[in-house]
Structure formats: C-alpha cells, structure tokens
Design a protein around this ligand. Structure first.
Ligand SMILES: [Zn+2]
Length: 242
C-alpha cells in the first residue's frame, strides 16, 4: 500500500493494482472506492495512517460495482454501519441484481496478453473466497447528501465502463475522481497517460470512449483515476486521451 497526499484534504491510496481515496474535513472522512476484498486491512490501515479512526467515516462513494472497487466495503459497513452511495443503477449492480463484470473465461483469455499472467495471479489472490460478494446496503446518492459530505462532492454520471458508473467531482478544487472512466495505467495497458481500460473490461466500449472525452473536456485540475497515478492537468489546458 502507498499513500500519497495530493491536496490539503485528499489522499490517494494504492492497493493491489487499484486506488481508493480518502478526503477529510478534519473531523469526518469520505472514502471513494474501497479496493479489492483482500485490500480491507490496507483500507483500514490507510484511514489510521492519515490520523483518523474507522468511526470517522462519513460515507463511501462507489464509482462502480466491480470487485476491485467495492471489495473492502462489506468489512467497513460491518464495523461502522457507514452509508454506501452510488448512482441508482449502479446501486442495483452493487446489490448484484445484475452483473456487468469480466467473466472467468475472459480473465483466462488475458493469459495471452503481455501483463496477463501476473495480473491474473495478483487478482485471484485478492478476490479468493469473495467472488460473489455484494453490497446489500448500496443506495442511490442525492445531490444534497453528496455536497454535505467531507470534501463536498458532486456526482458526474460517467456511463460506459459499467452502465451506471459515476465519477465524483470536488467542485471547489476541480478534483475529479474518475474511477475507471479514465485511468492513467493498468497492468494490462501497454503505456501510461490518460486512457480508457482495455475493451474486455468495458460494458459498452463506444460509450466508454465518449464518456472519457466528455470528462476531460470538463477541464478538471486534477484527475484521480481508479488505476494509475493521479494526473495534474497543466493550468489553462484541456487534457486529452493518449
Ligand atoms: Zn477497476
């Protein structure tokens, strides 16, 4: 696990090939995404390392209901009863009323790609025993609730990677938590830079690409992706996909 402070109140934590973020207002903490199921100890440790207690969690904002982003949530809900918010459609996905995720056969297919074998072994290690996990308490956010959380968030619907994927913006700072709508690196991508994930991960590829462009056109100042390093946008420029 690696913790990077990227703004006065914002910490980006890298777990097993995936990021989650902690945003604090001094008393409470908003967690954006929560790593793989077996990242839970690291999620708890990261909260402690920025000087907070698990009970300081005000809410978890979920970008989308894939195992690498919602895995730590059940353990946190069990400990604290923290509310879990995402878009209405994605909340149903998190409750596993349907599933839009890479299949086991598609995962095996990645053995033929350059980074595939290592990625598969690392992934199996952190999902083992939790493949059918879900978040029964996931509920739809509303604008007022998001704005009142530590960080003061606004939801930015970012559909495509999953049908109900949401990015979250801190409007005052121009910080965009892009989840998997825009990433900067991934073990199965050949290079770094602003890009979308490989097609196998995206539920709707054309929509994934158009959403990524729309997000970048909104001219955020700092992009915090679900995978890869944070991307500070040079002042006065509009970021572009590689
Ligand atoms: Zn992901």
């Amino acid at each position: 696990m690696k913790i990077e402070q990227v703004a006065d109140t914002v910490y980006v934590v890298t777990g097993t090939n995936v990021n989650w973020s902690l945003v604090t207002d001094g008393s409470g903490v908003t967690l954006v995404d929560a790593g793989y199921p077996r990242d839970i100890a690291a999620v708890l440790d990261s909260i402690h390392q920025i000087g907070h207690h698990t009970n300081d969690l005000a809410a978890i904002l979920l970008t989308h209901a894939h195992l690498d982003h919602m895995g730590g949530i059940p353990g946190l809900v069990e400990r604290t009863g923290v509310p879990v918010y995402t878009g209405e459609h994605e909340a149903a996905h998190a409750r596993r009323e349907f599933i839009e995720q890479i299949t086991p056969a598609e995962m095996v297919g990645q053995l033929r790609t350059p980074g595939g074998p290592l990625w598969i072994s690392q992934t199996l290690r952190v999902i083992r025993g939790h493949i059918r996990m879900n978040v029964p308490t996931a509920t739809a956010y509303d604008d007022a609730t998001l704005a009142a959380l530590p960080g003061g968030f606004r939801a930015v619907p970012a559909h495509g990677h999953t049908t109900g994927h949401t990015a979250y913006l801190m409007p005052a700072e121009g910080i965009l938590f892009s989840g998997d709508a825009v990433v900067t690196a991934h073990p199965l991508l050949p290079g770094t830079g602003l890009q979308t994930l490989p097609t196998v991960f995206n539920h709707d590829e054309p929509r994934t690409r158009s959403t990524a462009t729309t997000l970048l056109d909104s001219a955020p100042k700092l992009i915090i992706p679900g995978h890869g390093l944070p991307y500070p946008v040079p002042a006065g420029t509009v970021p572009k996909l590689v």
